[in-house]
Design a protein around this ligand. Structure first.
Ligand code: ADP
Length: 482
């Protein structure tokens, strides 16, 4: 990996505006999932260093929140510009540690940057309220204030965007933040810290701590100084963190697992539905929490959809994300490959058949063939569990009511998609789906201007949009007697 700016590859943590090693001096090697080569090493930090980062965030808080919104906004704006200026390096770094194709990594850098740009703007629009008094001598106002020191724990599938979607609204609101990135993708996080430093974001306002997930997580959860935790990851870990945060009653934002249905009705534009399914299923090799996990196609177009879908999937090119023309990179690790294989074997053993793909790719390692299965039913694991890989199970359904029932028959409620053209059906289905986000005739719904988040076991709170900054604000009611 040759970066235009080698100083973006940082191998120390960024705490209180300084690059620091672990107290123990211990480091851990980070490998490229495409070829297993070691990219570099990062510190293995634990409770002690995390406490230092929390203290630094607390110390930096009064001055940061005292800045005018416009002053915070201009620093964030500079951070945004630096992401864009360094997009090629950030994308290469991301592809090298995460595996996604370079074009997707570039897309993620733009997406990550868009949150910083958006919240730099939203910083200036944190409005309060005045309320007509309940008595003649009373004047009632509501002001919004930053919650204080915050923390973020982020996943590997979007190594940049999952950090900026949390840090940008936090900093815009006047909060400070300690980030624990995923162990698989620390370098993107550290490059973001380097750019935050260059943007003039003051020491302690944004720190990144790598290392022992449990020790760092416990310290962030137990700390009475940390007033909010924002987490993106699995439902099991999200529940654990919520339990750990209960004694200090932290505010929480949780973006957890999904099990997105993708429904194609008889009257859908099939070519558009195939395009949507390709994006919703195979983006990031199927490793996004809003990936289509269950594809339901109405009986009248079942065979026709599968034929077109198979043609499109056959054109995908598997390989290292840095290679020209590659559309599907490796999965993140061996466990991810095992899970896809387990879901596939389970479905085939219960009667599903493979249309395309169906096995680990002959490149070996963590590469898996983009796969479509047909004649899938609800007795199979793929109906209930998130696969998080390039495996598309296609279910057949007859009636609208039946598919809505099946689509909602899950503990999860993050994203859902459907394709259809009957306007009354469109509205009915959009309302009936028990999900935080619904894509109608589109397979791509994430952007900085819209509220991202789920219901049920998919989480709490919303990120992005005008609502995203509210998660980092407390409301204060002032009752004045005049
Ligand atoms: P995934 O299976 O996709 O890696 P996880 O929920 O395990 O999802 O991980 C998401 C993030 O949560 C990562 O940064 C990981 O290190 C962190 N994490 C995992 N377990 C814990 C824990 N017990 N305490 C704190 N953080 C954790």
């Amino acid at each position: 990996m040759v970066l235009n700016d080698p100083s973006l590859l940082q191998d120390q943590c960024y705490i209180d505006g300084q690059w620091v090693s672990a107290n123990s001096g211990e480091t851990i090697a980070i490998a490229n999932p495409a070829n297993h080569e070691i990219i570099g090493h990062v510190p293995v930090m634990g409770a002690t260093e995390t406490l230092v980062a929390i203290e630094a965030a607390n110390k930096a808080l009064p001055a940061w929140r005292a800045l005018t919104a416009k002053e915070r906004s201009s620093k964030l704006r500079r951070w945004f510009e630096l992401l864009i200026e360094n997009a090629d390096d950030l994308a290469l770094l991301m592809t090298t540690e995460q595996g996604k194709p370079l074009a997707e990594a570039r897309g993620e850098v733009a997406y990550a940057a868009s949150f910083i740009e958006w919240f730099a703007e939203e910083a200036k629009r944190v409005y309060g309220d005045t309320i007509p008094g309940h008595q003649a001598d009373k004047r009632l106002t509501v002001i919004k204030q930053p919650v204080g020191v915050t923390a973020a724990i982020t996943p590997w599938n979007f190594p940049a965007a999952m950090i900026t979607r949390k840090a940008a609204p936090a900093l815009a609101a006047g909060c400070t933040m300690v980030v624990k990135p995923a162990p698989q993708t620390p370098f993107t996080a550290l490059a973001l810290a380097e750019l935050a430093h260059r943007a003039g974001i003051p020491a302690g306002v944004f720190s990144v701590v790598t290392g022992d997930a449990i020790a760092i997580g416990n310290t962030l959860c137990d700390s009475p100084i940390v007033r909010k935790l924002s987490f993106t990851g699995s439902t099991a870990v999200g529940i654990k963190l919520m339990q750990q945060c209960a004694p200090t009653l932290k505010k929480m934002s949780l973006e957890l697992g999904g099990n997105a249905p993708f429904i194609v009705f008889d009257d859908a534009d099939l070519d558009a539905a195939v395009d949507g399914a390709m994006i919703a299923k195979y983006r990031n090799a199927g490793q996004t929490c809003v990936c289509a996990n269950r594809i339901y196609v109405q009986a009248g177009v079942y065979d026709a959809f599968i034929q077109k879908f198979a043609e499109a999937v056959s054109k995908l090119k598997v390989g290292a994300g840095t290679e020209q023309g590659v559309t599907t990179g490796p999965l993140i690790n061996a466990d991810a490959v095992t899970k896809v294989q387990r879901h596939l074997d389970d479905a085939v053993s219960k009667g599903a058949s493979i249309v395309v793909g169906g096995k680990p790719h002959n490149l070996g390692g963590y590469f898996f063939e983009p796969t479509i299965m047909r004649d899938v039913d609800k007795s199979m694991l793929v109906a209930r569990e998130e696969t998080f890989g390039p495996l598309a199970p296609v279910f057949k359904f007859e009636s609208v009511d039946d598919v809505i029932k099946q689509a909602n028959d899950t503990e999860f409620g993050l994203a859902a998609y459907f394709y259809g053209r009957d306007i009354s059906l469109v509205y009915k289905v959009a309302e009936a789906l028990e999900y935080g986000m619904v894509g109608v005739n589109t397979g791509l719904i994430s952007n900085e201007v819209a509220p991202f988040g789920g219901i049920k076991s998919s989480g709490l709170g919303r990120e992005g949009s005008k609502f995203g900054i509210e998660e980092y604000l407390e409301m204060k009611y002032i009752c004045m007697s005049v």
